[in-house]
Design a protein around this ligand. Structure first.
Ligand code: SAH
Length: 213
């Protein structure tokens, strides 16, 4: 599959939809305009790629809805060279959006099949995350911490303490919290011991799974 003028046209339309839903960050909109989302789906589902919808990617997982990707990314307030940890690599689309914003990205996936497939895909496409890790996102990535931002792309029944502890002071954790549906929650580390918590609306994610392996 290629990236054509038609795909670019569809991405421009998608960006207009995201603007109408309230996304404002220029860098985030530019990333959505640039990253070829259709290449992150199996061929044959191309037509679905630029609708503002989640979509199955195998192994009972989904590529997040573009609005959700944009909303979470906007909350991270990424500056070039920020180190960002992503929990739930999935299709790699969110990773690519973070890379477009010039973040150093560390990403963790706990389904081996998806991990392998997406790692190969990154190589093929020339996307260069700092690390693609097969492991449990509940634990974060202590040897690469602290991070400027952490983004969790699956619904967390509870907030993993390890993730809070791996934030820099001033760093942000964006995490959907809840079981059946989730409240998008932003934690900002104010000092070694203090975190500010903001709740930013209801979303629906596949679950962040514990102890599968
Ligand atoms: N960011 C992805 C969204 C994928 S859906 C994208 O843009 O496509 C959420 C992903 O989180 C799934 O791939 C799922 O396998 C993964 N996941 C679930 N629990 C996890 C855990 N404990 N650690 C790491 N990844 C996890």
């Amino acid at each position: 599959m290629k990236d054509t003028l038609k795909h670019r046209g569809m991405r421009n339309q998608l960006v207009d939809i995201l603007i109408s839903k309230g996304i404002q960050d220029k860098g985030v909109l530019e990333a959505i305009k640039t990253v070829p989302r259709h290449l992150f789906l199996d061929s044959g589902f191309e037509d679905h790629a630029y609708q503002d919808k989640a979509f199955p990617i195998g192994a009972e997982q989904t590529i997040s809805q573009p609005y959700t990707v944009a909303f979470q990314t906007e909350l991270l307030q990424i500056k070039p060279n920020d180190s960002i940890l992503e929990i739930g690599t999935g299709s790699g689309y969110q990773t690519a959006v973070l890379l477009h914003l010039k973040a150093k990205v560390y990403t963790i996936e706990r389904q081996r099949e998806l991990f392998k497939k997406t790692k190969l895909f990154f190589n093929k496409m020339g996307y260069r995350p700092k690390k693609v890790v097969f492991g449990d996102g509940y634990k974060g990535l202590p040897d690469q911490a602290p991070f400027d931002g952490i983004i969790v792309t699956a619904g967390a029944p509870k907030v993993p303490k390890a993730l809070l502890s791996q934030l820099k002071v001033g760093g942000r954790l964006v995490i959907p919290v809840g079981v059946d549906s989730q409240i998008m929650t932003l934690f900002t580390r104010k000092s070694e011991k203090e975190f500010e918590k903001q709740e930013l609306g209801s979303f629906r994610f596949v679950p962040l799974l514990e102890n599968k392996n």
